[in-house]
Ligand binder design. Structure first.
Ligand code: NAD
Length: 370
């Protein structure tokens, strides 16, 4: 049993930046309730200037509706910036379903959720996130076309997680180039926290390149399976953040970079898949900068998944998906250099560029309109 287990309550706690809840000019929030199927969900639409709000659906056992709402607010906002920085014509949205995906997810519940998505007439397009499988999106597809991440057998681009992992790997290599002067990860020690859909695939890329990988997860069964499959070490200490490693890859849930952990983090580079890794993006982005830790912004390097599902809307194939995902390397390096040149946190530098793209489109749209 690993001794450092993140407290799920901590991961979704109310963001101190915006006061009680992380409202930040969100366009629309939809509460979905259906007693018969037991569905309780919230769809957050942050911004649709660049296009329809696309973002996955997360099923999680939140302690209360406030936590669920806050997660939908934070995650949907992140999607706006992810699409913008990646150059996709998509807005930002995200949905959360309150409940245990292992025991409470039923076909009825998924289809009812799909009907709510459909009622938004394409303003929000869903996909998978934590607690969801490609087969769940196939169920949603039965009631609405406004869903991506459906199986290849049903004409979709399939599970986005391997592409997300590949993008994270590209972003990590760019951060290594910036910090260590080489993008080669052979011999580098990398702590992967969370070896789910994305984490495991990342472990595969890392071990293929000869990195020394250490894994941690709350799921003991998976830990053993992944450790055996790739020959990687399981972390058995009692303070993962104090572990001396070159790179920390958060691939579980958000907010693992906070007041408490920053003091302990020994890694020189942080590059992982989890959304909203910084508990407070202004304060903690700056604290990492002050400590000399190179942080590859999460919404930039975990965009492989959205690139993959966007292919379903734009009808491009695997070659273009890989090309766009590999470009995460170039964008990350540009952002890291830009942050250094302008004395900004890397998160802020990425955010500025993404916001700039949204603002420019908004201006363009208003000129065309009048
Ligand atoms: P997943 O549910 O398949 O895997 C998450 C893993 O984290 C599980 O193995 C779980 O046991 C583990 N975990 C949960 N709490 C933990 C804790 N406290 N400490 C250690 N491990 C813990 O999810 P995923 O699809 O692999 O996504 C991982 C992260 O990446 C999420 O934050 C998700 O939002 C983000 N992300 C995923 C994609 C994608 O394509 N799947 C795209 C972008 C971002």
């Amino acid at each position: 049993m690993i001794s450092e287990v993140l407290n799920a309550n901590e991961l979704h706690k109310i963001d101190p930046v915006f006061g009680q809840l992380s409202f930040d000019n969100h366009e629309q929030i939809v509460f979905c309730n259906d007693k018969d199927s037991g569905l309780k969900a919230i769809i957050g639409i942050h911004n649709t200037v660049l296009g329809p709000a696309l973002g996955g659906t997360r099923m999680w056992q939140y302690n209360n509706e406030w936590e669920a709402l806050n997660d939908a607010l934070r995650l949907s906002r992140g999607m706006s910036y992810k699409a913008a920085i990646t150059g996709l014509n998509l807005g930002g949205g995200k949905a959360v379903i309150i409940g245990d995906s292992k025991t409470q997810k039923t076909p009825e519940l998924m289809k009812r959720f799909g009907e709510f998505v459909h009622s938004l007439s394409g303003k929000y397009i869903t996909a998978e996130d934590v607690g969801m499988e490609t087969s769940d999106m196939d169920l949603v597809r039965e009631v609405t076309p406004y869903v991506t991440g459906i199986s290849e057998a049903k004409g979709g681009a399939g599970n986005p997680s391997p592409i997300t992992a590949y993008g994270v790997f590209m972003g990590m290599k760019a951060a290594a180039e910036f910090k260590f002067g080489t993008a080669v990860l052979e011999g580098k020690s990398v702590l992967v926290q969370g070896i789910g859909h994305v984490g495991e695939s990342l472990v595969e890329h890392l071990t293929d390149e000869g990195a020394n990988v250490i894994i941690t997860d709350i799921n003991e069964e998976r830990l053993n399976a992944v450790s055996t499959k790739y020959g990687v070490k399981i972390y058995r200490g009692d303070d993962i953040y104090s572990e001396t490693v070159d790179i920390y890859a958060p691939c579980a849930l958000g907010a693992t970079i906070n007041d408490d952990t920053i003091k302990r983090i020994q890694a020189k580079v942080i590059a992982g898949a989890a959304n909203n890794q910084l508990a407070n993006e202004n304060i903690h982005g700056q604290m990492l900068q002050d400590k000399g830790i190179v942080y590859a912004p999460d919404f930039l390097i975990n965009a492989g998944g959205i690139i993959n599902v966007y292919a379903e809307l734009e009808n491009y194939g695997k070659t273009e998906i890989i090309r766009k995902t590999e470009n995460i390397y170039n964008t990350t390096l540009q952002i890291l250099n830009n942050a250094e040149a302008n004395n900004l946190s890397t998160h802020q530098a990425a955010l500025n560029i993404a916001q700039g793209r949204i603002d420019a489109r908004k201006k363009e749209n208003s000129i065309n309109y009048y």
